[in-house]
Design a protein around this ligand. Sequence first.
Ligand SMILES: Nc1ncnc2c1ncn2[C@@H]1O[C@H](COP(=O)(O)OP(=O)(O)OP(=O)(O)O)[C@@H](O)[C@H]1O
Ligand SMILES: [Mg+2]
Length: 325
Amino acid sequence: MNQLLDVKDLSIAFETNEGLLKAVSNVSFQLHENAILGIVGESGCGKSITAMSLINLLPSNAIVSSNQMLFNGMDLRSIDKNKLYEIRGKDIAIIFQEPMTSLNPLMKVGQQITEMIRLHENSTLKEAKQKTQWMMKKVGLSNVKKLYHSYTHELSGGMLQRVMIAMAMICQPKILIADEPTTALDVTIQAQILELMKQLNKENHTSIIFISHDLGVIKEMCTEVMVMYLGYCVEKADTSVLLKHPAHPYTYGLLQSIPNPKKGKSRLYAIPGRILKLSERPKGCPFCTRCKRATEKCRTQLPELQEISTNHFVRCFYPLDHPQN
Ligand SMILES: Nc1ncnc2c1ncn2[C@@H]1O[C@H](COP(=O)(O)OP(=O)(O)OP(=O)(O)O)[C@@H](O)[C@H]1O
Ligand SMILES: [Mg+2]
C-alpha cells in the first residue's frame, strides 16, 4: 500500500506565560492510500494540533519539530507558502467540529463552495456553480438550487456539516482531515454523516484522518487507530487488532467506556482519575497517575513505543496480554 503521509517524531510545544509547555511528543504515523486512520483520546491529548501541524495551521506560539513530514514524497516542512496554500483545500482538506468556524455567515453557502473551486481550478463561474450543485446533491442535500442561495443561519447543524463536507470534497482532495466532524450533531444525523464519509472514501479514494474522542465511532469508521494520551502515542494498530487485543491499559479503559446495548442500562465505565494539565505531565509514563498497574518504574521512566506484533505498537512497560483480567 502506498503511503500518502509519513510523519516521524512530530513534537509540538507552546510558548506560554507558564513557560514552554510540551503538548505532543515524538508522534509518528503513516496514512496509506484509501485508509481511514483514527486518532482517538480524551480532550487535550493533542489530536487537533497533530492534524493542524500537517498543513501549518497552528497558532504562532507553537514550536513544531519533526524528523520527517512527507506528503506524497514531498517534504511539508520545507515547502513555500504558495505551495502550501495550493495543497490546503486541494490536496489536504479539513472538516472542523464546528462548521461555523470555517463558514462565512455573510456569504451564500453555495457561493462559498464555488469560491473554493475557483481558487484551485480553472473553471468558469457557470461550471463551478454546476459542480457545486452536483456536490451538494452528492452529500445528501436536497433542493440545492434554493440552498445554494441560502445563508448559514438558515440551515440546520446537519445541513451545515454536509455543506462543510461538500466544500472539503469539492476539489477531490487526496486527504480529508475530519476533526470531530459529528460531535455537535444528534445520533441519527451523526450516523448519516459517518456513512457519507465512508462512501466518499470508497468512491473517491480519499484517505481520511478521522479524529474523535469516541472509540465507539472510531471502531466503525477506521482501518487503523492511533491512541493518544497527554501528547504521546500510547498505542497504534489496525482497528481489528486494537479491538481484539488492546495492549495499553488506557486503550482498554476506552474500550470499556463504549456503551454496550446488550448490557442494558448498567452504569458506564469511566476511567478513574482526571486528565492532567500539560504543566503537570509526569516524568514517566503519561498515564501512570490513572493506571492501577503502575509501578515505581512507570512513575519515573518513560516507556518506549515498542512493536509487540506486526504493526501493533504500544508504549507501556506492562502491556496487557489478557485484557479480560
Ligand atoms: N495556542 C496554544 N497555546 C497553549 N496551549 C495550547 C494551544 N493550543 C492548544 N494548546 C494545548 O495543547 C493541548 C492539545 O490540544 P488539542 O486541541 O490538540 O487537543 P484535542 O486532543 O484536540 O482535544 P479536544 O478533544 O478537546 O478537541 C491542550 O492541552 C491545549 O490546551
Ligand atoms: Mg480537538
